[in-house]
Write a protein that binds this ligand. Structure first.
Ligand SMILES: *[C@@H]1O[C@H](CO)[C@@H](O)[C@H](O)[C@H]1NC(C)=O
Ligand SMILES: *[C@@H]1O[C@H](CO)[C@@H](O)[C@H](O)[C@H]1NC(C)=O
Ligand SMILES: *[C@@H]1O[C@H](CO)[C@@H](O)[C@H](O)[C@H]1NC(C)=O
Ligand SMILES: *[C@@H]1O[C@H](CO)[C@@H](O)[C@H](O)[C@H]1NC(C)=O
Length: 519
């Protein structure tokens, strides 16, 4: 994500209108910071946060239908307002440009911004669009075109610069770039006219694979994947992943120069890599390095277990697509499955440790030499999200032990207080809980009491603005970061639609601080 650190760095370059719509449309970075009538009818009097229809950046009938349907199902007026504001937020505000490739009018492209910088993050755009799979029934739905456009543009980015994470608008969009990403020294080198920032984060690959899987399973449209650059993107991902599995020392003990290094001028220790841009040494494990975390912060140990879980799951799932493409290179689907199996095996061998509660659990990061860090970060992929990623089942013993640790004060990044109790992130500070983690806690439990408690905390922690913030001080809802965070907003909507399927009766509950009579 282009979060606070990036924001301050590039503030000058970042003053952009929220949408490409009429000049009279407000900048959503400002709009989402102020209150708009009519307020919801509950005690929290949540603001209306949808831009007026003419200012929305994409209209989807499936999404509008879902909002209408849920209106009849959610009893609590504040909970409904939160859903109504958040679920369409990416489509309302972040679809910056749609079009087709200059050399192929069949190839749809969709440029999605994360917020106030005119750049597209591979991981964020995947997560921003993914919640809409719930309303995608076929390849002819309006929303399906957004999925194809994002997958095609991500594929273009990944073919050219698989080690990079955020990119400028495509030339076809004829748009100004969102500034230069700052002062960096990175290998392999990249084209700064094409790339915005080049932090290697394994979940960029995971996000692309997941979105591909989502589109395929929702629409059954396999031929799409054979038409444009998808196969090349997979080859690029496979080659870079293999290079990022290389250990720091060869069999004879000789040092091996890493495939990727990164250094930047920054105030933040998490904004650059130690050891002259190489990070800490890693052993030969079969796991794939992720020098940067899903928060964009640098890793302590490069072998990020949640990112590897995501790769194991989605390389295996998308091998099913590859296998069905007549023009796929021979053996590629099998290579994808093999890598998925090896990574899964390595997670078992190197990623499971004994926690401070004396139980077997997953570590957040390891180095393969015995180094490990026991924590979880709210950003997804996280350890908490392992069942959401489809890597394991909710009732997996080691997952249950891990979850117990993650959602307790044994996790150094767990934040507790009267407003919200959930996981935070070194990306902000201790004591700043991330609502995204409370949403993920709901999606990974069957315990009604826990779900109700988390929903209640989410409803009471928006500072009346009716959007999901990046972080909220666990002692004060008015101290939050990032007013315009479409990823977390979409995830909130996805969670409500998941409850509609799994536990519709919970949507009939009140989340008010006191009894109210709705009539
Ligand atoms: C969405 O619909 C409104 C009318 O309801 C229209 O004014 C607006 O231009 C549409 N947005 C897009 C991106 O098509
Ligand atoms: C279009 O251009 C891309 C490079 O941007 C290239 O990889 C692709 O093969 C071209 N497609 C066609 C149909 O020429
Ligand atoms: C890999 O994918 C296949 C086919 O979809 C599935 O049957 C299998 O269970 C998956 N393997 C794992 C370890 O999830
Ligand atoms: C490093 O990895 C090798 C296998 O690749 C293994 O034999 C060795 O035990 C590992 N070192 C440590 C300290 O775990």
């Amino acid at each position: 994500m282009p979060r606070s650190y990036a924001k301050s760095l590039f503030a000058a370059a970042a003053c952009l209108a929220a949408t490409s719509a009429a000049a009279s449309c407000p900048n959503y970075a400002d709009y989402s910071r102020t209150y708009h009538e009519p307020a919801s009818e509950g005690a929290f009097r949540l603001s209306s946060m949808r831009p007026e229809p003419a200012c929305r950046t994409f209209n989807s009938t499936g999404v509008e239908d879902a909002i209408q349907r849920l209106k009849g199902q959610i009893w609590d007026p504040d909970l409904f307002r939160l859903f109504e504001n958040t679920f369409p937020n990416t489509l309302d505000t972040a679809i910056k440009w749609r079009g087709v490739a200059a050399n192929n009018t069949e190839e749809e492209l969709c440029f999605v911004i994360t917020g106030d910088i005119n750049a597209m993050w591979v991981r964020d755009s995947a997560n921003q669009i993914a919640p809409y799979k719930a309303v995608m029934k076929s390849a002819s739905d309006d929303i399906a075109s957004v999925f194809r456009g994002v997958i095609n543009l991500q594929a273009r980015y990944l073919v050219v610069s698989p080690y990079c994470n955020a990119f400028h608008p495509p030339v076809e969009a004829n748009m100004p770039a969102g500034g230069s990403g700052g002062v960096y020294s990175v290998t392999p080198p990249y084209d700064r006219k094409f790339v915005f920032t080049c932090n290697f984060e394994l979940d960029d690959f995971g996000g692309f694979l997941q979105l591909s899987h989502d589109y395929y399973t929702a629409t059954g449209d396999v031929s799409f994947f054979g038409k444009f650059q998808w196969i090349y993107a997979i080859q690029s991902i496979m080659a870079a992943s293999e290079a990022m599995r290389q250990p720091s020392y060869g069999p004879g003990g000789e040092w091996l120069k890493p495939a990727y290094t990164f250094q930047s001028q920054t105030m933040s220790a998490f904004g650059t890599l130690g050891n002259n841009g190489m990070g800490n040494p890693i052993n030969d494990t079969g796991l794939i390095r992720s020098p940067f975390r899903p928060s964009d912060d640098s890793a302590t140990f490069d072998l990020l277990i949640p990112g590897n879980m995501m790769m194991a799951r989605y390389l295996n799932s998308t091998a099913d697509i590859m296998e069905r493409l007549p023009n796929a290179p021979k053996g590629l689907a099998q290579q994808m499955r093999d890598m998925a199996d090896e990574v899964r095996e390595a997670i078992k061998d190197y990623g499971i440790v004994t926690g401070p509660h004396g139980k077997r659990m997953y570590a957040y990061e390891v180095d393969g030499f015995g180094g490990r860090i026991l924590m979880d970060d709210a950003n997804i992929p996280s350890l908490l999200s392992a069942p959401f990623l489809g890597f394991l089942e909710k009732d997996d013993e080691i997952y249950k032990n891990t979850r117990e640790f993650v959602l307790s004060r044994k996790n150094p990044w767990y934040c507790s207080g009267p407003v919200i109790n959930t996981v935070g992130s070194p990306h902000i500070r201790p004591g700043a809980a991330w609502p995204m983690a409370a949403i993920m806690a709901i999606m990974t439990t069957d315990n009604d009491g826990e779900i109700i408690r988390s929903l209640k905390e989410l409803v009471q922690s928006t500072d009346g603005l009716g959007l999901i913030h990046e972080s909220v001080d666990s002692f004060s809802a008015s101290r939050w970061t990032r007013q315009w965070f479409t990823w977390a907003n979409g995830l909130f909507g996805q969670m409500i639609l998941d409850l509609e399927q799994r536990k519709p009766f919970l949507l009939q509950e009140s989340f008010q601080p006191i009894f109210i009579d709705k009539e």
